[in-house]
Design a protein around this ligand. Structure first.
Ligand SMILES: Nc1ncnc2c1ncn2[C@@H]1O[C@H](COP(=O)(O)OP(=O)(O)O)[C@@H](O)[C@H]1O
Ligand SMILES: C=C(OP(=O)(O)O)C(=O)O
Length: 552
């Protein structure tokens, strides 16, 4: 049966030139490159509902999405990420907690182990695609992996080349390789490896090895990290943001850490989606780095997020969800027994009206989304250019449960550029580029709290999506920029007096707290945390930017 299937499946029309395999010592003969979605579904569904959660391939949902399980790791593993320290990277990289060094020798050992694994699997998938919609600066990415789910995921997340482009751009070398041997544990005996998981990047030789994690997000964020290294060298700023475009062509960027609302809020029926997570800002404007979206689907309902709900169909990949019943294959979005970080990946064009090509002009508005677990930051405030720099470098939010392993409830965190985990270079480099571009294009910047209101986590409630959406509508209509403002104490932010569709009393968060002195204490304590955090940037930031922070 398997033999028959193989003969049937492995068409040679998209075959990879042999030397592109042998140069790595790859001799697996069952190679499938840029497989069609049905082919991937057939392979994927061969082993549904295996008793062993580590190996179960998965199944298909009642709406036609591929359903897959990533095993033990259901979020990214930032503590297990390594970057090769060599002559080139030694001076360039922002070494520390985010970029943990590993020797070239160890990386090469991991690569050899991964290649052995790829050689011994029943089949090897190759995914070739672009990162970046701007033809002038796009990167050619090649992924080797052994699970149909990973192949479909990356075929969604990279920009799909036509058969002609495949021949022209992907026959020789490419710009970056990913060797995904995720189902195999990392050998702890290799120096520099800290656990059974290791994601090791060699920025000089442009390759990445994944061992001991099958969480698909590791691949897409791996590509993002590389663009953060390569694009700024060409004057292109990389952004951990979503982007959309209004009827008049005005572009908005929505920055934010995981779970703050980039994907949810950028899917807006009144605006065209450019992308939900990763963008570049060049002299030509904004371009999406990806070909697809990767949305959280915990508690998803049609009523709250119709565009995302409807995107869960044939060609989408649902990761780590449970069914309401196995008979119906209907998905239970409220079930978090596997993880809170249930996800769905789908191509951009699954969102009605998404832009193709996914590019836009220079942004008119930038929204910093922060999910404040203390419930003291206002739902919206307008930032001066100096405050914009301060808050960009600070990158305050609460990490919500799920996306990173080990986070169980919201934890206040400061993540530079709203994406510290993906920055190979020092944050002030990206912050300076942002300041220059904002100044050049007259971009306005707003801080939006999509987190708690009426008290901290456990006491208050998450800001309603309806109110956040009304706030964003009022930014887009120009109502807020032209309206009146009050001053918000300690942080000295301008908060609007009124926003259409939003109750006046929630605009100043103190009004939503029953215990006012507790509010004052919590606000002051958050201000202190900001100041403490900013100390590490004190000698690199200008006095104006330092002065734009909270005053106690
Ligand atoms: N006020 C709000 N604004 C944005 N998202 C909210 C809000 N309240 C609840 N949410 C939920 O928070 C999650 C945001 O996730 P997502 O948009 O995928 O974040 P990101 O793309 O930034 O990682 C979604 O599950 C969304 O339903
Ligand atoms: C997929 C990820 O990003 P986000 O949560 O921002 O979508 C991730 O960080 O693993």
């Amino acid at each position: 049966m398997l033999h028959h299937l193989r003969k049937f499946m492995y068409s040679t029309s998209k075959a990879l030139p042999l030397e592109q395999l042998t140069r790595w010592g790859l001799h697996n003969t069952a190679v499938i490159r840029n497989a069609s979605t049905p082919e991937l579904y057939e392979i994927h569904a061969m082993n549904p509902f295996s008793a062993d959660p580590e190996t179960r391939q998965g199944s298909i949902s009642n709406t036609g999405a591929m359903v897959a399980y990533s095993g033990k790791r259901t979020g990214r593993s930032p503590k297990d990420k390594r970057v090769v320290l060599d002559e080139q990277t030694e001076q360039e990289i922002w070494w520390g907690n985010v970029n943990i060094p590993i020797s070239k020798k160890s990386h090469n050992l991991l690569e050899q182990i991964a290649l052995k694994f790829l050689n011994t699997r029943p089949r090897l998938f190759v995914v070739d695609g672009y990162a970046g919609w701007d033809p002038q600066s796009r990167l050619r990415i090649r992924v080797f992996c052994t699970r149909a789910y990973h192949a479909l995921f990356m075929q969604n997340m990279l920009i799909k080349p036509t058969n002609e482009q495949l021949k022209k751009d992907f026959s020789d070398d490419v710009d970056f390789h990913i060797f995904n041997a995720g189902p195999m544990a990392a050998p702890k005996l290799v120096e520099g490896v800290g656990s059974e998981t290791c994601v090791s990047v060699n920025l000089t030789d442009k390759k990445m090895v994944i061992l001991g994690t099958q969480y698909a997000g590791e691949m897409k964020k791996g590509v993002f990290g590389v663009t953060h290294y390569m694009f700024p060298k060409q004057g292109i700023l990389t952004l951990h943001s979503s982007a959309n475009e209004g009827e008049d062509g005005d572009v908005t960027l929505l920055f934010g850490l995981s779970g703050t609302g980039k994907t949810t809020l950028s899917a807006d029926p009144k605006r065209k989606l450019i992308g939900d997570d990763e963008h570049g800002w060049s002299d030509n404007g904004i371009f999406n780095i990806e070909g697809g979206c990767y949305a959280k689907c915990v508690d998803l309902t049609y009523e709250k997020e119709p565009e995302i709900y409807d995107a869960i169909k044939f060609g989408a990949v649902l990761e780590n969800i449970e069914f309401l019943s196995k008979d119906s294959r209907e998905v239970d979005y409220n079930n978090i027994s596997i993880t809170e970080n249930t996800r769905v990946s789908y191509p951009l064009d699954f969102i009605p009206g998404a832009k193709n090509p996914a590019v836009g002009g220079h942004p008119k508005n930038i929204l910093f989304l922060t999910c404040d677990a203390y419930g003291v930051l206002p739902p919206v405030s307008l930032l001066t250019p100096e405050q914009a720099m301060y808050h960009f470098i600070t990158g305050y939010t609460a990490k919500v449960a799920g996306t990173e392993m080990g986070v169980k409830e919201p934890v206040a965190t400061f993540s530079a550029c709203f994406g510290e985990a993906f920055l190979p270079l020092h944050p002030t480099l990206y912050a300076t580029m942002l300041a220059d571009k904002m100044k050049q294009h007259g971009t306005k910047c707003w801080l939006i709290n999509t987190g708690w209101s009426g008290g901290k986590y456990g006491v208050g409630k998450r800001m309603s999506l309806k109110n956040t959406r009304s706030i964003i509508d009022a930014i887009h209509s120009g109502e807020l920029a032209n309206g009146e403002f009050d001053n918000f104490e300690i942080f000295n932010l301008r908060i609007p007096k009124r926003v259409t569709g939003v109750p006046d009393q929630i605009l100043h968060p103190k009004n939503t707290w029953t215990n006012k002195s507790e509010f004052d204490r919590t606000l002051r304590s958050l201000g202190e945390k900001f100041q403490q955090n900013f100390q590490k940037y004190q000698n690199k930031a200008s006095p104006e930017v330092i002065n734009a922070g909270p005053k106690l």
